[in-house]
Design a protein. Structure first.
Length: 144
């Protein structure tokens, strides 16, 4: 069994308590705080991250099943973070949420394993619906 398989199995076994945990990743701190308040009011556990290189470590520590990931960030792009997530924890569902995108960006992200690609500004109710759908997909993928 390779290292990725061991990490995935350990990750999935720990989070069978059926609590939705979302990691919000964006370099705009005010957006993170606002979105986190809305998610928490809806009963969703939320972790925040403003630095792409920290995402995989946070996922492993906090056991989030869904990531809402900004595409354009300093240091490490959302596409790079997406590849790291899918390489380490392939069952984790990633929603790209960006205000600066092209159709090429969308195609690359979706073919790299993103669950969805959404454009800011977005109605929070729509984002919450997509997060819940991504969580359902995570549950299906972690059952197999």
């Amino acid at each position: 069994m390779d290292e990725v398989s061991v990490n995935v199995r350990a990750y999935e076994e720990v989070i069978m308590d059926d609590v939705l945990r979302v990691l919000l990743v964006d370099d705009e701190e005010s957006y993170l705080e606002t979105a986190a308040k809305i998610f928490r009011r809806k009963g969703i556990d939320v972790e925040l991250c403003s630095i792409g290189k920290n995402v995989v470590d946070i996922l492993k520590d906090k056991r989030c099943q869904v990531v809402v990931l900004d595409l354009k960030m300093p240091g490490m792009t959302g596409q790079e973070v997406l590849r790291e997530i899918k390489g380490s924890l392939p069952a984790v569902q990633v929603i790209i949420l960006t205000g600066h995108a092209t159709s090429d960006d969308a195609a690359v992200c979706l073919t790299s394993g993103a669950f969805d690609f959404l454009i800011k500004p977005i109605e929070m109710s729509h984002l919450l619906d997509r997060v819940k759908m991504a969580y359902e997909m995570w549950k299906l993928s972690s059952d197999t």
